[in-house]
Design a protein around this ligand. Structure first.
Ligand SMILES: O=C(O)CCC(=O)C(=O)O
Length: 186
């Protein structure tokens, strides 16, 4: 009788998902722009990740001072920034920072919470599906939730999903990009 109430939540509170934020044509155009970008391996305190990244607006330097200026967002990214902001209930220029991740086959992203200097996060997925894994400590064990992310979809990390839960992605099964916009915490 209680089975309904025993089901785990489909996603942590504060996570929101929208399939098809962009069309297949828009995805193709964005992916063509992304191939021109100067991606570099992700650097974290002397460790080099397998994903490659590029930032605009602001960049978080994990090996140095933290948040630093980066090149302005290119014009071709602004319509997506505005759409991502509307999805999060923000104005386009609230998103002062974008981090674009490139995952080639086999590249994961490890367990983390985004830096506290940032507030909301909207991620747009391109090219291939993945699963966003969430975990939150519950005494000696972890409570875990997995959420599928389809290409062309967007997710919002806000509230507990952003501050209480860590997230990670498994090794990519195929080439994937994520375009992740962040506003600054007031
Ligand atoms: O690729 C993704 O959608 C996840 C990105 C992410 O967790 C991050 O950039 O901190």
């Amino acid at each position: 009788m209680s089975a309904l109430f025993d089901l785990p939540p489909a996603a942590p509170p504060g996570f929101r998902y929208q399939a098809g934020l962009i069309s297949p044509d828009e995805e193709r155009t964005l992916a063509a722009h992304l191939t021109e970008l100067p991606f570099e391996p992700f650097q974290f305190r002397g460790y080099e990740g397998r994903r490659r990244v590029v930032s605009f607006g602001l960049k978080y330097d994990f090996n140095g001072p933290g948040l630093v200026d980066a090149s302005p967002m290119p014009g071709w990214l602004l319509p997506l920034r505005d759409r991502a902001a509307a999805f999060a209930g923000l104005a386009g220029d609230d998103f002062a920072h974008v981090l674009i991740n490139e995952y080639r086959e086999g590249a994961p992203i490890g367990w983390h919470r985004d830096r506290p200097v940032f507030d909301k996060v909207v991620g747009v997925s391109l090219l291939s599906p993945t699963t966003m894994r969430f975990r939150r400590r519950d005494g000696a064990r972890f409570e875990r939730i997995s959420v599928p992310l389809e290409p062309r979809s967007a997710y919002l990390l806000d509230g507990p999903a952003r501050t209480d839960w860590e997230h990670s992605l498994p090794e990519a099964a195929a080439h994937r990009y994520s375009i992740t916009f962040r506003n600054l915490r007031r």
